[in-house]
Write a protein that binds this ligand. Sequence first.
Ligand SMILES: *[C@@H]1O[C@H](CO)[C@@H](O)[C@H](O)[C@H]1NC(C)=O
Ligand SMILES: *[C@@H]1O[C@H](CO)[C@@H](O)[C@H](O)[C@H]1NC(C)=O
Ligand SMILES: *[C@@H]1O[C@H](CO)[C@@H](O)[C@H](O)[C@H]1NC(C)=O
Ligand SMILES: CC(=O)N[C@H]1CO[C@H](CO)[C@@H](O)[C@@H]1O
Length: 412
Amino acid sequence: MQRFKNFSKNFKDFVINSQRREEMILGWKNSRQFSLKKTIAYSTGLYFIGATYYYSKTNEDFSIKMDFARNVSRFSGWVSSQYIPLSLRKPLFGAFAKSYNVIENDMIEPFENYETFNQFFTRRVKPRQIDNNDEVILSPADSKVLTIAEVKGDSNILVKGINYKMGEFLTGNKSVVLDNDLFKTLKIKDPESKIYQAIFYLNPGDYHRYHSPTQILAKRRNHILGYLAPVKESYISKYERVYEGNERVALFGEWKHGQFIQVYVGATNVGSMTLEFDPELKTNQKIDLNWKKFNKSNVKNFDNKIDVESVKKTAEQRPDLQEFSTEELSVLNDLDKKQKIPSIYKQLENGILIPKGAEIGRFNLGSTVVVFFEAKGDLQWFVKEGDKVRYGQPVCQVMLNQQTAQNKSQKN
Ligand SMILES: *[C@@H]1O[C@H](CO)[C@@H](O)[C@H](O)[C@H]1NC(C)=O
Ligand SMILES: *[C@@H]1O[C@H](CO)[C@@H](O)[C@H](O)[C@H]1NC(C)=O
Ligand SMILES: *[C@@H]1O[C@H](CO)[C@@H](O)[C@H](O)[C@H]1NC(C)=O
Ligand SMILES: CC(=O)N[C@H]1CO[C@H](CO)[C@@H](O)[C@@H]1O
C-alpha cells in the first residue's frame, strides 16, 4: 500500500510539478539502476519471444499468428510515434545510440530535435559521395552483407543452410516457381546474362533510409501482405519461410544491364516501409477481413500511358475543357500523376526514373533489403559476406570482358 502511495505521489509530482520533474529526471539519468539498454533489450526480447511462440506453433491457425505479430508491430509503431518531452530526448536517444552503435558523426541534427522515436530512427544523415561509374552498383543501405550469390533458379540461398523460394518471394503467390522458362524471363536484356542477388541486413542503430544502388527505371511495385517475423540472422538461420511469409514491398525496374529488383522486407516491429514516389503504398495496415479472403498482393504500375478513363473523369470535372487533342490529354494525365512525386524523380511514359544514390524510402526500424540484378560478363565484388557497408559504398562492378582479361593478366 505504502509503495502504491509513493508511486502515485511521484507520478503526480512528475505530471504537475516541473521542478520535481527535472530533479527526478536528473536522478534517473544518474542512477545506476536506470539502464535504457536493459529496458530495450527486455522489451524487444519479450516481443521476439511472443512472436516466435506464435510462429513456431505449427498447428495454430496461421491467420491468428499473423494477426498477433501485426498487432504487436502496429502497437510498437504507435509507441514510437509518441511525442517525447525535450528533456528526455538526449538521455533516451543517447542511450539508444550507445547501445546500438549509432554513428553520431553522421547525424545532421542533435538528439533534441527529434520529437518521437520514429523521427530519430528515420533521421537523415550527412550526404555522401556517390560513385558515378554506371557499371558500379552501390549498397542500398547502411547494413551488413548477409549473402551475395548468383541465382540460377527458384530456390536460392538465404543464409547458410536455409534456402528460400524466389518466385513466391517476389509475387506472394506460392504457385509461381521460377524454374526453367519462367526463370529465363527475368533476363530482359540478354538471354546470356546472369542474375545475381545481394542481401543487406539493417541493424536497429543503422540509418534507416534506403537509396538507389544505381540509376533505375522503376516499372512497378508489388506490396505483399504478410507476417512480421524477425529477420535477424540468428532467427532466419533457424526458421524456414520467413522471407516468403513476411510483409514486403518488391520494386521492379531496369538498369543499364537489364532487370533490377529490390525487395524491402518487413519484420517484427517494422511493418512499415515507404516509397517516396508512391504515396498510395500503405504497409502493415489493420486487416479486418479474414486473411484468406484478403488480397495477398497489390500491384501498382508506374508507367504513365494515357489513361482514358481518368482523363474522361477529369474532363467531366472541368466543363471548361470540352475537346482535347492527344497532346492535351497526355498533359492532363501527366498533371494528375506528376504532382504526386518529389522532383528528384522523373515521371517518364514507361516508368519513374530514379537517379543513382537517391533516397527511395525508409523502414521504421531495422530490416532487410534484397537486391536482384541482371548483368552480362564478369562481376567484381568489392565486399564479402559479413561485411558492414554504408549506403553509397560500391558493392560490385560489371567488368567489360577485355577489362577482366587485362586485370587478370596484370595479376599474373
Ligand atoms: C489484433 O487487433 C484486432 C483489433 O485491432 C483484434 O480484433 C484482434 O483480435 C487482434 N488479434 C490478435 C491475435 O491479437
Ligand atoms: C498464382 O499463380 C498461378 C500460376 O501462375 C496462377 O494460375 C494463379 O492465378 C495465381 N494466383 C493469384 C492469386 O494470382
Ligand atoms: C482484390 O483485388 C481485386 C482486383 O484488384 C479488387 O477488385 C478487390 O476489390 C480487392 N479486394 C479487396 C478485399 O481488397
Ligand atoms: C580491381 C581492378 O584492378 N580493377 C581495374 C581493372 O582494370 C580497369 C582498366 O584498366 C581499371 O579501371 C580497374 O580499376
